[in-house]
Design a protein around this ligand. Structure first.
Ligand SMILES: *Cc1c(COP(=O)(O)O)cnc(C)c1O
Length: 350
C-alpha cells in the first residue's frame, strides 16, 4: 500500500478470484467456467471482427442487445450489456444505493456483493440463510434496503422457486430486487419475464458460465426500461466502450447458437447428476445444486486439506474458507471424463 491510498479505501478487502494457475495443467474445477470451447460461430465471428479493431466498438451495443432481447422475449430497451456481469452488479450498487440506502443480501452468497458495498460506501444488511442453506425470504423482506440474491445461489447451488422470488419482489415495491442469474441456465427458471410486471425487478446474467465465454467478459441486464436508463447512465459516466468489438460479436453469435448452448448445458447436467451420485457413494454430503458446481463435504477430511490433496493430484477445486462453509469444497462440474477422474482421485485420497 502507498501512503497515497485514500482513507476511504484503507479497510477495503478486495475480492479474491479463484486461481488461474500457469505452473502446470490442472483439471480446472475451481471457477465455474465451462469445460467446453465457445460456439464455433462465436470463434468465426471473432476472427472476422479482428480486422476492425482499429475502430471503437458500438457503445450502444445494439445488435447484441437485440439478440439477447429476442432470446428472452423482451424488448431491446429492456436490455443492457456490460463488461462481465460483475460490472452490471457494480452499476446496480452505484445507481440504486447510497450511504442511506443499504443493500441486503445473504451471509453465504457471491462474495462480490460485500466488496461492492464497501467500495461504494454502501451499508450492507446481511441476512442469514437457514440452517439447511435455503433462503430466508422473510428475513430479506424485513430489511430496509435494496435486495440482491443469486438464484441459484452462489456457493450453495440451491435454486429458490420463481414464486418465492416474485413474492419478494412484490414485498419490496419501493426498492429494487436484483436477481443474479449467473447459474440459472443449468436447471433453474429465469425471472426475466417478471420485469414486464414489476418496475423494481432487475435480472443480471452472464455469458461466462453457460455460454462458454468467461474470458470474453460479457454480462447483461434485463429490467424495466427506466431501470436500464439508470444503469446506462452509470455506464456512460464510467466507460461507454466497456465492451470491445470482440466480446460483442462473440456474445451475439453465442446466444444465437441455441443448439450448441443446449448441447453443452445438457452435458453439464448429466455430468452433475453422475458427480452428485458418485460423491454421495463416497460418503460426501452434497448440497442440492441446480448450478454447474456442487458444494460438498466429507467427515473424513476438512475442506482445506481436501482442496490441497486434490491440487497435489492435479485437480483444482475451490476452498472458500468462509465460516459457515469452512468444511466444504466447491467443485465445478466439468466434462463427464473430468468428473470420472475426480471421483477416482477422491477415492484414492480418502
Ligand atoms: C461468476 C459469477 C458472476 C460474474 O460473472 P462475470 O460475468 O464473469 O463477471 C456474477 N455472479 C455470480 C453469482 C457468479 O457466480
Amino acid at each position: 500500500m502507498s501512503k497515497f491510498l485514500s482513507k476511504s479505501h484503507l479497510s477495503l478487502k478486495a475480492y479474491v478470484p479463484g486461481e488461474q494457475p500457469t505452473d502446470k495443467r490442472y483439471i480446472k474445477l475451481n471457477t465455474n467456467e465451462s469445460p467446453f470451447p465457445p460456439s464455433k460461430k462465436a470463434i468465426a465471428a471473432v476472427k472476422r471482427e479482428a480486422t476492425s479493431l482499429n475502430l471503437y466498438s458500438d457503445p450502444s451495443a445494439k445488435s447484441l442487445k437485440r439478440a439477447i432481447a429476442k432470446y428472452y422475449g423482451v424488448q431491446e430497451k429492456e436490455v443492457t450489456v456490460t463488461n462481465g456481469s460483475d460490472e452490471a452488479l457494480a452499476f446496480c450498487f452505484m445507481a440504486f444505493c447510497d450511504s442511506t440506502t443499504p443493500m441486503a443480501f445473504f451471509d453465504v452468497t457471491y462474495g462480490f456483493y460485500k466488496v461492492y458495498a464497501e467500495l461504494f460506501g454502501i451499508p450492507s444488511e446481511i441476512v442469514k440463510l437457514k440452517d439447511d442453506f435455503t433462503a430466508d425470504f422473510d428475513g430479506l423482506k424485513k430489511t430496509k434496503g435494496n435486495v440482491i440474491i443469486a438464484n441459484p445461489n452462489a456457493q450453495t447451488g440451491i435454486f429458490e422457486s420463481l414464486e418465492a422470488v416474485e413474492d419478494l419482489i412484490k414485498s419490496k415495491k419501493d426498492k429494487v430486487v436484483i436477481i443474479d442469474e449467473a447459474y440459472c441456465d443449468f436447471g433453474g427458471e429465469s425471472a426475466a419475464n417478471l420485469v414486464k410486471k414489476y418496475e423494481n425487478a432487475i435480472v443480471v446474467s452472464t455469458f461466462s458460465k453457460s455460454r462458454n465465454l468467461a474470458g470474453g467478459r460479457i454480462g447483461f441486464v434485463i429490467a424495466n426500461e427506466n431501470l436500464i436508463l439508470d444503469l446506462e447512465k452509470m455506464k456512460y459516466s464510467f466507460n461507454p466502450y466497456s465492451l470491445g468489438r470482440i466480446p460483442l460479436v462473440a456474445a451475439k453469435a453465442a446466444i444465437e447458437d441455441v443448439g450448441y448452448f443446449k448441447e453443452c448445458v445438457g452435458e453439464i447436467k448429466k455430468a452433475r447428476e453422475y458427480t452428485v451420485a458418485a460423491l454421495k457413494e463416497l460418503g460426501f454430503e452434497v448440497l442440492p445444486s441446480l448450478a454447474n458446481f456442487v458444494l460438498c463435504k466429507t467427515d473424513k477430511m476438512d475442506g482445506k486439506s481436501l482442496y490441497l490433496a486434490l491440487k497435489e493430484k492435479g485437480i483444482l477445486c475451490r476452498y472458500l474458507g468462509e465460516e459457515r462453509i469452512k468444511d466444504y469444497v466447491r467443485i465445478t462440474i466439468g466434462t463427464k471424463k473430468q468428473m470420472r477422474t475426480l471421483i477416482e482421485v477422491l477415492g484414492e485420497i480418502l
